[in-house]
Design a protein around this ligand. Structure first.
Ligand code: E4P
Length: 220
């Protein structure tokens, strides 16, 4: 499973990238709006930090506008994946951009039926939003399971990018369901490291070592 960071914040991206476990980035208009730099410039800066697929979303809602913005975004850097919403115009734009060789992430997917549309339009990946379905009292992860099964049934090449992951449990459940990619906020990536037995075990190892050799290990 590939790990993407769901953020447009450069400090978070630098920290995550330094751990060597970040394969790509997803942004959205809300995340970019928090950063106080023009979206184009911020996306460009992100390409200098993470060498992997970076999703940049169109904000036009009509087909022609999406095509124009999609082509502009794709021209920023070879790693850009154009994000289009799962609307009629978005699916049409996905189909056209994909035919032009531009990778498209179809976002705001909430059902298996919508995911089939994205695959048929040639999307590079589809982004079902787990947390937002959970917010409605539904079981978001079930949508990931259903989409993975349907895509496997037909050999669709579109990757399933589990989005709106709000906890380490969401990440694990998405991996169990077979999602190709999970995108998560920096906080969730950070939380994945945590286990009290790791801390306790390390503490004991270091105490035992120090006691036996009467000195602290190098660098501590
Ligand atoms: C994915 O590409 C979206 O940016 C993101 O996962 C949405 O997450 P949220 O529902 O927590 O805002």
């Amino acid at each position: 499973m590939k790990f993407f960071l769901d953020t447009a914040n450069l400090e978070e991206l630098k920290k995550g990238a330094a751990w060597g476990v970040v394969d790509g980035v997803t942004t959205n208009p809300s995340l970019l709006a928090k950063e106080g730099v023009t979206p184009h410039e911020q996306i460009h800066r992100i390409t200098e930090i993470v060498d992997g697929p970076i999703s940049a979303e169109v904000v036009a809602t009509d087909f022609e506008g999406m095509l124009r913005e999609g082509r502009e975004n794709a021209a920023i850097h070879r790693n850009i994946v154009v994000k289009c919403p799962l609307t009629r115009a978005g699916i049409q734009a996905c189909s056209k951009l994909s035919q032009e060789g531009i990778r498209v992430n179809v976002t705001l997917c909430f059902s298996p039926g919508q995911a089939i549309l994205a695959a048929k339009a040639g999307a590079w990946c589809v982004s079902p939003f787990i947390g937002r379905l959970d917010d409605l009292g539904l079981e978001g992860i079930q949508v990931i399971r259903d989409i993975c099964r349907i895509y496997a049934n037909y050999g669709f090449k579109t990757q399933v990018l589990a989005a709106s992951l709000r906890s380490p449990l969401h990440v694990v459940q998405a991996a169990e369901a077979g999602a190709h990619i999970g995108t998560m906020p920096f906080k969730v990536l950070d939380q994945l490291f945590n286990h009290p037995l790791t801390d306790k075990g390390l503490d004991q190892f270091l105490k035992d070592y120090s006691k036996a050799f009467q000195e602290a290990p190098a660098g501590r």
